[in-house]
Ligand binder design. Structure first.
Ligand code: 1GP
Length: 230
């Protein structure tokens, strides 16, 4: 899946990026960032994306300000290792009525910040799970599954120097039955291959699609995923 950070792009740029990534084989567009974006800009970015491609658009909100009526679905997520109840259940309570009003499809997801954690870790007041503690990530993931979440996201943080290690993905997959999403710092075919080989069901790329050779990069990462799953 391709992640668009609405803070970083104009609607025209978003449209170009999704055109490239869709022709390179991405399955869905996620829209969200870690800090603030105005509602009208978010709406305009999503409208431009929807005009350009037919694949699903899924909101990836950091707060209630990340909800837009123009998307198809929303990751209805809880930051499982946040120390702040707001990110565990507070924002969800405030956002749920809007999700219903806008007719967005809610997809429940447990979100776990690992490694350096990046901006998402700071904003979400998380205690990131260190990369060398795969069993702790697995325990978070299993708790998410037992609470009824349908997906689990292992987040290394946007632009992470090192992506989530295969050992951690493998440990999580060993514990849970729900699909595992992995993102943060995946830039190459080899990293895509390693994450998919370790069992990642969905790989999210954000930073890599912002460069001039985005289309080629995405094609390579998808090639790595296909090798792992063939
Ligand atoms: C961030 O996991 C996503 O929330 C994607 O990370 O921007 O490093 O690809 P990148």
């Amino acid at each position: 899946m391709t992640l668009i950070d609405p803070e970083k792009v104009t609607p025209q740029q978003a449209s170009k990026i999704v055109e490239n990534s869709t022709s390179s084989g991405t399955s869905a567009i996620m829209i969200g960032g870690s800090t603030f974006v105005s509602q009208s800009h978010l709406d305009n970015v999503i409208k431009a994306i929807k005009r350009t491609v037919k694949i699903p658009t899924i909101l990836f909100p950091n707060n209630i300000t990340g909800i837009s009526r123009h998307a198809d679905a929303i990751w209805f997520m809880s930051l499982l290792n946040s120390t702040d109840p707001y990110f565990l259940i507070g924002a969800q309570v405030l956002g749920a009525p809007l999700v219903k009003k806008y007719g967005l499809e809610p997809i429940s997801m447990g979100y776990v910040i690992v490694g350096e954690g990046g901006t998402a870790g700071i904003v979400g007041k998380a205690i990131p799970v260190p990369y060398d503690k795969p069993e702790l990530a697995a325990a978070h993931a299993l708790a998410g599954q037992y609470l009824g979440m349908h997906f689990l996201y292992l987040e290394g943080g946007s632009g992470a120097k090192n992506p989530v290690p295969p050992e951690m993905i493998h440990a999580v997959k060993h514990y849970v039955d729900i699909p595992v999403i992995v993102g943060g710092g995946i830039r190459t075919k080899e990293q895509g291959l390693a994450a998919a080989s370790a069992g990642a069901d969905v790989i999210v790329t954000g930073n890599v699609i912002e460069g001039a050779d985005a289309g080629r990069k995405i094609s390579e990462i998808i090639e790595g995923i296909k090798i792992a799953t063939s």
